[in-house]
Structures are given as structure tokens and as C-alpha cells.
Design a protein around this ligand. Structure first.
Ligand code: GLN
Ligand code: ZN
Length: 763
């Protein structure tokens, strides 16, 4: 039997973003549920056909979703919290409400979504439904059987995909009302029979195998899961359908000791990120005659795979286990990659030849399997040529940038004086009142702003006209802030399409796709820039806008930049150079911008790092290495200025427990953090840690249009000063205001300013 090829999962977006459009049209009431289902069916068909056309042997089914795959499991298992069931919604609307909440005042419906959480270290977000000790499971919808049959009717044999039961329970949420020692994994005995039921139904329908995704196995905590895995998989084996257990996003480490003994047909490993785990796995799997599925083609990056190198690794597996025990596959689902390169008309042929999106990755697994089976076909030869050309390109470097990174000294990452000294110099220079008020940077991105940008993009506005439109907007935003009597102003960021793309477009070293959409959550897609070469700043990027803003106000202005770690984490990084080096190149470019802003008379500069925490490696033993360069990069970008410049940073989260020393080490003069959890417990931990610098715990949640009352904000500030010294507190919303409308923005900020004024007198 020859080596086979497989793909673990595929983007849900559909050709021309058909799925996103249909879903949003349904939400807007423009199409019926039936029309949405018809559109979705067409998307599923196109996915299977694309994978099949690429020549892949093992095609996934059941990985399609209207919102999120983990949510689908909860919904199918009938885990629907009461606040949703009591709204009287149809099943599909209940499902969507669980993902995105639902508010319909006229009908008296007001229900908040389930919590969203980041999926491993990717930018994809899962919906985490509440589970409690009394949660019961019931298979109310067998989506996997439905999709298996749907594909079969189209003449396509597939491998159904489910989250493994342990990963499922490890990812969902424990209800707030549950006893504190309860964890969803306690429910495993109740859940496993549902899985057995699904697996049996698939076997009966003719499925030859099933894929159970257990990425939780690449985390530290899974090392203690040996007993539970053995017990659960023994039960699943009673369904008598061969199971491929997949891991992704990292290494299984010590868990291999028990994985090798599970009654599964084969084990999938992420060999793209962690090729070193192959040898141990082959030794471990050999005695039991299990198969291995080699996750060689990255599901996370967009680079063409070096098939000759992958073939060498795969040959080791073939030699050890025999060809019939080896499948070549993707390292994870392809959901993290854009759909297809074919639609990219603006990339040069040279650039196209560097890259592989989902469709091209499907071709890669098929080509690799063919090569292992003795057929080094044209596609394989072209790959070898393309890789050689990319390697050639990768040797071209910007020596000025490389030299500059080489020449970084420790002094460059240190401010001139300590915070205690700086803060006095800044108080003198900027003259902010106690409880200073400020915002996080962006103001509402109105339709007019987006229209102007689109027109400029199409050439319907000249550069002068566009810049004038932006200046008018900035002037108006500054006027409004003056009228509201905010203390530290911002220009409002109207010129930015996105906080990462905007900088990528102004820096050397990035390329952009036109349709490279990647799912972030639900129907939300982002289009990450791609780092292809050394990064440098050909010219100042934001100085003209911040200077203009300062020129129309006497109040101090805060400049606004996206930090090096966040730009990198929200882009596709290059694979030939370490992330550390890329972050430092970015840091040096931003450092020049920070210095230019300061020289232009901008008194405070905020360098946003909302993604520092999400870039944390999955294994704790890898944290220090990451945090060291991440923190150094931030410091490098912000330490080129005199003491009098106040450096701010902003984080879109409030979960700092494990990384306090590193947050302190950033040494920003002011940090602002998210509100929803910026409760006293959080501030207590800041106090307990002994955090020294200034801090602006968001006083209200900007993610909802709700206007916080003045009293609410006063209450927050009253509570805050009990834990954080009043002179260290800054008063701000918890994130940028770009997604809000002006009405609620003005009302909220009015209350915020009044509360701060009250605090100055009373706290
Ligand atoms: N300065 C950015 C803004 O205000 C920060 C956005 C973010 O933290 N995600 O929009
Ligand atoms: Zn934020």
C-alpha cells in the first residue's frame, strides 16, 4: 500500500467569501434560513471538490461551521445555557445567539454571547460554552454524520473530523456558578457515550476512519492526562472505527509515553513546528504497529513547503513503519491560511512562487505523497526550483538593517533615568492634572472616513484631497476632545485601515494580499501582511498626522504606534529568520519613529502591544525565551527618547498573573488595560506584585454601545484608589473607540471627564 495524503481541515470562508457574505446576509434579514443553508451546502461542496481536485486521498468532513467548530460541538451535544433556550428563538438563531449574542429591544430579547477565547497560539477564537456539574449531554444533531453523507452523495469519500472529547472539555468553560473546584473535564464519563454514538453512526454509514483532534496534547497540562486518555480511548475503541488522533501547534513531549499505548490506528504529529519529535515517535509507535500521520505541510504559515526536505523526513517514517503506515498531512487544519493564491492578481510571479495558501497546500501534500510513492512529478520538480529561487532571494538582505540589529547594545533598551525620576520630569513638562483623562487612540471610524479611503485607493481622490479630508477629520476630533475637556489628546487614527496593515504598508519588507482573508472568529476575517525581507522605515510614518493634531491644539498630544511584537504576531512572519530578529528590526524602525515624534513636539507616545500575551508559547519552558526578546523589542522601540517624553502602552487584556515581572520590565511610564476584568482583584494583583509605574485600568467597556453613567465611573475610581495610589492612576476607556458611534462616544467620555473632575476634589 502506498503512502497516502491527508488534510486536517480547510478554510470555511468559501470562494469570494461566499460563506461570510451569506451568513451576514442572514443576520441582516436579507436571506432566509433556507437560502443560508443552500449557500453553505454549495460552500461545503466547493471545499471538498477543491481538496479532491488537488489529489488529496483523505479529505475532511464535519470541519465546516457557520460560526465556530467548538460551538458546534456544544450545540450538537445540547449544551445550551438556559439564558438562550428561554428566548424562544429558532434553533439556528439560538446557535448564532450563543456565538454573538442577540439584542432585539422591541421583542424583549437581550442575551450576551458565550465567552470567546483564543485557540491555542493562533489568532482564531473559539466560543466557550458554560458547563456545570449538572450539564447533561444529548446528541441533538449529528453534524458529522450529516456531512459525511452529504459528501458521499456527491461521490466524495471523507474522513469525519471531531474535537476529541478531552480537548473539547479542556477548551469549554466552567460556569461561574459552578463550585470552584469543578472543571468541565469532570464531565468526561457523561460525554464519552455521545462520542461512541457518533463514531458508531459513522461506521454504520460506511466511514472508513475518523479524525479526532486533540491539540490539548501539546500543552503542559496534558502530561497529567495519561489515565483519562487511556480510559476514554478504550471506550471509543468499542465503536470499532479506526481513529487517527491528531495533535497540532506544538510538541506532545512526555505525553507520547501514554499516546503510544492508546487503541488508535494512527497518531498525527505537528512536524512542521517540531520536527525533532519524529524519531521518538517512530520508536514509540513501531512495536504496536500503529501508523503515523506526518504533519509536514504547515497549517499556520503561508510559505511553500520545501518538499525535498519533507520527503527526507517522511522517508525515515516509511523506513521505520512501512509505507502503508504512513500518511503525509498538514500540521493543523488549514483554517489559519488564506484560501487560494490563484485569486491574487497583484503579487508578482516571483512572490507567488514563494507562497502556498490552502489550495496550494492541498497540492503539496498530494505531491509529497506521490514523490514518496516513487513519482517525482512535474509539481515536485517545480517545487524544488521554486524553493531554490526563494532561498536565493532570502540571501539578499538589507545590510544596513542587519548591521544595525547586530550593533544593538543593552543601553539602547534603557531609558535615561528610572521611572521615579522620569515621572517628575514628565509632570513638569506635560503638566497633567491628577486623574488625567485620555483615550486609547482611535475615534469612531465613520462611513465618511472609509469612503474617503476607498476613493483614494481607487484614484478617485488625489493625495492632496485625501490628506485634506484626514486633516479635517483630525481637527474635528481634536476640537471634540477639547470641548469634552480631556487632558491628553490624540489625533484619532482616521488614516489607519488597520493597526498592523497601516504600518506594514509604510515599512519596507512587507507584501500584501488582496484576498488573503483568514478567519479570526465567526464571520470576522483579517488579512495579515506577510513579512518577506528585512524591515526598515523609509520615511516617518505618523509624524505628519500627530504634528498636525498638535498644531491645532495647545493641549498635550499623544502619538500612537503599534508595537513591534504586535505587528509581528499579527502578520505572517518569514520562516528563514527568527522571530526575534524580525521583532528587533521592527523595533529599530519604530524607535526612529518614536524619536521623530518626540522631536516634533509630541509629549506622550503610546506604543500598543495588545498581542504580547497572545504570542506566549504553549509550553511554559519556552516562555522566557519569548518574553525576553518581546520585552527587549518593546524597550528598544521606546527608549530612544529623553526622560520628558511619556511612553504609554496599551494591552487589550487583563490577564497578567503569570507575566507581571515582564509587564514591569517593559518600563512604560503608563500602561492602560482592559476593563471587563479590570476589577479590584486584578488591581490587587498589581499591588501585590508591587507594580511601580502609572496605570490606566479601563473605566468602561468600549466593546458595547452601552454608555456608562458618571456614578459608575466614580464608583470605579473610588474602588481603584483603594488599591492603586491616586497619583499613579490615569482615567481612560479600555480600548480604542474606532468601532463605536459618535453619540455614545461623546456621552461616555463626558461622564468619564466629569467623574475624573469629581475624583480630583474628592479622592
Ligand atoms: N490605538 C489603538 C486604537 O485605539 C489600539 C487598538 C487595540 O488595542 N486593539 O484603536
Ligand atoms: Zn485595546
Amino acid at each position: 500500500m502506498p503512502v497516502k495524503s491527508a488534510v486536517l481541515g480547510y478554510p470555511r470562508v468559501g470562494i469570494n467569501r461566499a460563506q461570510k457574505k451569506a451568513t451576514e446576509a442572514y443576520w441582516a434579514g436579507k436571506i432566509s434560513e433556507q437560502e443560508l443553508q443552500t449557500a453553505s451546502q454549495a460552500v461545503r461542496k466547493s471545499r471538498w471538490e477543491a481538496i479532491k481536485a488537488a489529489g488529496v486521498d483523505i479529505i475532511p468532513s464535519g470541519d465546516f461551521t457557520l460560526y465556530d467548530g467548538l460551538l458546534d460541538h456544544s450545540f450538537n451535544f445540547n449544551v445550551v445555557p438556559e439564558r438562550f433556550t428561554k428566548q424562544g428563538l429558532s434553533p439556528i438563531d439560538t446557535y448564532f445567539a450563543m456565538g454573538r449574542g442577540r439584542q432585539d429591544r422591541a421583542k424583549g430579547i437581550d442575551v450576551a454571547a458565550n465567552e470567546m477565547g483564543k485557540f491555542f497560539d493562533s489568532n482564531y477564537h473559539i466560543v466557550k460554552v458554560d458547563h456545570a456539574p449538572n450539564t447533561e449531554f444529548k446528541l441533538v444533531r449529528n453534524q458529522w454524520l450529516e456531512e459525511y453523507k452529504e459528501a458521499k452523495d456527491l461521490g466524495i469519500e471523507t474522513r469525519p473530523v471531531l474535537f476529541g472529547p478531552i480537548t473539547y472539555l479542556a477548551l469549554v468553560r466552567a460556569s461561574r456558578d459552578a463550585p470552584s473546584d469543578f472543571q468541565p473535564l469532570d464531565l468526561i464519563d457523561k460525554l464519552v457515550p455521545i462520542y461512541v454514538e457518533v463514531l458508531k453512526s459513522l461506521k454504520e454509514a460506511g466511514a472508513q476512519y475518523v479524525q479526532l483532534d486533540e491539540p490539548i496534547l501539546v500543552t503542559d497540562k496534558a502530561e497529567a492526562y495519561g489515565d483519562i486518555y487511556k480510559k476514554v480511548y478504550a471506550e471509543l475503541a468499542t465503536a470499532e472505527i479506526p481513529i487517527t488522533l491528531t495533535t497540532a501547534y506544538g510538541r506532545v513531549g512526555k505525553s507520547l509515553d501514554y499516546l503510544k499505548d492508546l487503541p488508535i490506528a494512527s497518531l498525527h504529529l505537528d512536524l512542521n513546528r517540531e520536527p525533532e519529535q519524529l524519531d521518538a515517535a517512530l520508536d514509540a509507535l513501531k512495536p504496536s504497529g500503529k501508523g503515523i500521520e506526518l504533519g509536514l505541510i504547515s497549517g499556520r504559515n503561508i510559505w511553500k513547503n520545501d518538499l525535498a526536505a519533507s520527503k527526507k523526513l517522511a522517508e525515515k517514517a516509511v523506513a521505520a513503519l512501512g509505507a502503508d503506515k504512513v500518511v503525509v498531512s498538514t500540521s493543523s487544519s488549514l483554517l489559519h491560511t488564506p484560501l487560494s493564491l490563484k485569486v491574487e492578481t497583484k503579487l508578482t510571479p516571483e512572490q507567488v512562487a514563494w507562497l502556498a495558501f490552502a489550495d496550494e497546500k492541498c497540492e503539496e501534500v498530494a505531491t509529497l505523497a506521490a514523490a514518496l510513492n516513487g513519482e517525482e512529478n512535474e509539481a515536485f520538480k517545480k517545487n524544488t526550483k521554486d524553493i531554490a529561487a526563494r532561498r536565493e532571494f532570502e540571501t539578499t538582505s538589507d545590510s544596513a538593517v542587519r548591521d544595525r540589529v547586530q550593533a544593538i547594545t543593552p543601553e539602547m533598551s534603557k531609558r535615561k533615568s528610572d521611572f521615579s525620576v522620569r515621572s517628575k520630569v514628565q509632570a513638569e513638562a506635560i503638566k497633567l492634572p491628577k486623574f488625567p483623562t485620555t483615550t486609547i487612540g482611535s475615534f469612531p471610524q465613520t462611513k465618511e472616513i472609509r469612503v474617503a479611503r476607498a476613493k483614494f485607493g481607487k484614484g478617485e481622490l488625489t493625495k492632496e484631497q485625501y490628506e485634506k479630508a484626514m486633516e479635517d477629520e483630525i481637527k474635528s476630533v481634536v476640537d471634540i476632545q477639547e470641548r469634552l475637556d480631556l487632558d491628553l489628546l490624540v489625533h484619532g487614527e482616521p488614516e489607519r485601515n488597520d493597526m498592523v496593515q497601516y504600518f506594514g504598508e509604510l515599512l519596507n519588507g512587507f507584501i500584501f494580499t488582496q484576498l488573503g482573508w483568514v478567519q479570526s472568529y465567526g464571520s470576522r476575517y483579517v488579512r495579515p501582511p506577510i513579512v518577506v525581507s528585512d524591515i526598515s522605515r523609509p520615511a516617518p510614518m505618523t509624524v505628519r498626522w500627530s504634528s498636525y493634531a498638535q498644531s491645532v491644539s495647545k493641549k498635550p498630544m499623544k502619538g500612537m504606534l503599534t508595537g513591534p511584537v504586535t505587528i509581528l504576531n499579527w502578520s505572517f512572519p518569514r520562516a528563514d529568520v527568527s522571530k526575534e530578529i524580525q521583532a528587533k528590526q521592527l523595533a529599530l524602525a519604530l524607535r526612529d519613529e518614536v524619536v521623530d515624534l518626540a522631536n516634533a513636539g509630541i509629549s506622550a507616545i503610546q506604543v500598543d502591544e495588545p498581542a504580547i500575551r497572545e504570542g506566549l508559547p504553549l509550553r511554559k519552558e519556552d516562555w522566557d525565551a519569548y518574553l525576553n526578546w518581546a520585552v527587549e523589542s518593546f524597550r528598544l522601540s521606546t527608549s530612544g527618547v529623553e526622560d520628558k517624553t511619556q511612553i504609554h502602552s496599551h494591552f487589550c487584556y487583563s490577564d497578567f498573573d503569570d507575566i507581571f515581572p515582564h509587564i514591569q520590565a517593559l518600563d512604560a511610564d503608563v500602561i492602560s488595560i482592559e476593563a471587563s476584568k479590570a476589577d479590584l482583584k486584578l488591581l490587587d494583583t498589581f499591588k501585590a506584585y508591587g507594580y511601580k509605574n502609572d496605570i490606566g485600568p479601563g473605566v468602561y467597556d468600549i466593546h458595547s454601545p452601552r454608555v456608562p453613567s458618571e456614578q459608575e465611573i466614580k464608583d470605579k475610581l473610588t474602588a481603584f484608589v483603594k488599591v492603586i495610589p491616586a497619583e499613579r492612576l490615569v482615567v481612560n476607556p479600555d480600548c480604542g473607540l474606532k468601532t463605536r458611534a459618535w453619540k455614545e462616544t461623546e456621552e461616555s467620555l463626558t461622564n468619564l471627564v466629569n467623574a475624573a473632575k469629581w475624583a480630583r476634589e474628592n479622592l
